[in-house]
Ligand binder design. Structure first.
Ligand code: PLP
Length: 522
């Protein structure tokens, strides 16, 4: 359903006995929309409502004081504002001096991508593409497709936090500290508190966070970094970008993360780091990986750094600690669809090591130690103040969002486990939590029933259920890594999982009905 903005006449119809009788469609529209999201009223309608309603009531109840009448009117305003959001009058409004009020309502509606429900004939004639009568709205509302599920539902999240987001964004735009403004400093403090990591350094993306981490550790051409082939390209791409060599190790069948038991065999004298990825939001077996690094240091005096690619796992825990607070350096991404996303690109690097933190801060600003003094070859890797302001708002509610994600995953697990033996539901190890960046199931293939993932995805799409595949080709088989000379069959588990994995819609707002619909359909 598209967004809706209610015109003043609908509000007045609802709040007046005589009009309620004459215009029942307005009342029905109001009642229907008060339980829906994405319904607005124009800011300009509020004072008009007060003015008109006050005058009407004053005629009806001449003995009432001004204060008494206003009390009644304000109770009405408070009530409709508890259902509907305010759409502001945008500064780019084209005022129509023949009807200023109408042009304000239309401009507000356009700003929030809404259609105006109105009984105003003149407005409907003038703005036919942006208006609809209550009667027609009631007809079309019943023609809406039964189900159309949103995969990540960023729209709902924006709607929920819109007033705070708008306020923070306005503040940044007005004070013009677009780079390294107050919100950046504030976010870094908030990230430290949330994760328990001593140092949090925001940066331009999850990809750049990985680059900064490796640059801080002096990763050089020819160095080897052990990682998983079952991840987003950025993990290994950044290694290769620095001229280092990604050395892949197969994954654990249950968690889809790097199989720590296979790491040792891949270590050579050139190995400089191990880079586990917290795939779908669940950390890898960090203790086991740390033990391997510790053993190598002890037996061969070779330091292996641990860099955690936590792009998908902000807030996830391993034995009670967030994975941002583990390893030598940990990174994350604030890409919009991540559990904690901004409105563009953004990321962060975490460490408990002061020297590394200082170096990462410098590398993020062209290796600068002080203005125009460049100690290192660095990069332009800062996160915009605007994006930091957005994450600051969302971070306030992140624990609540995570709890809702947990609930959704739990319900999926319960419904799918009992219903369908052909699907493997995700496993989260006892000592870990996942933030459910994805809820991914495996469509089990066998000789009699070769995998039907593609067909399943197509069929689900036709009934309004979006799905995605994270990821269809393991990295060792990607064209860009041909030069590494891995062959098909090198990592059988990663290869099998990439053929069978499929992500279902996952966001904090999936309703019980939607989960039931998805699981029943599956
Ligand atoms: C595992 C992993 N690493 C790195 C990245 C890169 O993050 P960004 O898109 O913010 O650059 C992503 C993003 O999808 C990711 O999933």
């Amino acid at each position: 359903m598209t967004n809706i903005l209610l015109d003043l006449n609908i509000l007045l119809d609802y709040y007046e006995e005589e009009r309620r009788e004459r215009f029942p469609a307005s009342v029905e529209v109001f009642e229907f929309l008060k339980q829906k999201d994405f319904v607005f009223i124009s800011g300009s309608s509020i004072d008009n409502f007060e003015f008109m309603k006050y005058n009407l009531l004053k005629i009806e109840y001449p003995k009432m004081t001004r204060k008494q009448v206003l009390q009644i009117v304000h109770a009405m305003i408070k009530e409709f504002l508890s259902y509907f959001k305010i759409a502001k009058t945008p500064s780019y409004i084209e005022l129509d001096y023949e009807d200023i009020e109408d042009s304000q309502v239309i401009a507000s509606a356009k700003a929030v991508n809404a259609q105006v429900v109105t009984r105003d004939r003149k407005m409907m004639e003038k703005y036919p593409d942006h208006t609809i009568s209550p009667e027609n709205f009631l007809k079309t509302k019943n023609q809406q497709p039964a189900t159309s599920i949103d995969f990540a539902n960023l729209k709902k999240q924006y709607f929920i936090y819109q007033p705070e987001l708008e306020k923070e964004m306005d503040m940044v735009l007005n004070n013009t500290s677009y780079i390294m403004g107050d919100a950046v400093v504030e976010l870094e403090k908030n990230l430290q508190t949330f994760t328990g990591a001593k140092y949090a350094i925001t940066c331009s993306s999850g990809t750049d966070a990985l680059l900064l981490a490796m640059m801080a550790l002096d990763i050089k051409p020819g160095d080897e970094i052990i990682t998983t082939p079952f991840t987003f390209i950025a993990t290994a791409e950044t290694i290769a970008f620095l001229g280092a060599v990604p050395v892949f190790v197969d994954i654990d069948e249950k968690t889809y993360n790097i199989d720590a038991t296979k790491i040792e065999a891949a270590i050579t004298e050139k190995t400089k780091a191990i880079m586990p990825v917290s795939l779908y939001g669940q950390p890898a077996d960090i203790d086991a990986i740390q033990a391997i690094a510790d053993k190598r240091l002890k037996t061969k005096n070779q330091k292996l750094h641990i860099i955690i690619d936590g792009a998908q796992s902000f807030g996830a825990t391993y034995k009670g600690k967030t994975d941002s607070n583990l390893g030598d350096i940990s990174t994350t991404s604030f890409f919009p669809a991540k559990p904690l996303g901004c409105f563009g690109d953004g990321g962060a690097v975490f460490t408990n090591n002061e020297k590394l933190a200082t170096k990462i801060r410098s590398l993020r600003v062209h290796g600068q130690s002080k203005r125009y003094h460049h100690q290192y070859i660095g990069m332009g890797g800062r996160m915009d103040t605007l994006q930091c302001a957005i994450v600051n708002v969302k971070l306030k509610y992140y624990k609540k969002d995570l709890a809702l994600r947990q609930e959704v995953a739990k319900k999926y697990n319960q419904k799918l486990k009992t219903k369908n033996q052909k699907l493997t539901t995700p496993t989260v190890e006892e000592n870990r939590t996942s933030v459910w960046a994805q809820y991914s199931i495996q469509i089990n293939a066998n000789d009699q029933e070769p995998t039907t993932r593609d067909q399943l995805q197509k069929e689900l799409k036709t009934v309004g259920i979006p799905t995605a595949v994270h990821y269809p080709i393991p990295l060792h088989l990607q064209e860009c890594f041909k030069y590494l000379e891995y062959k098909k069959g090198a990592f059988p588990i990663a290869e099998k999982v990439s053929e069978e994995i499929m992500s279902l819609p996952m966001n904090p707002y999936l309703s019980d009905e939607e989960i039931e619909y998805i699981t029943q359909t599956l």
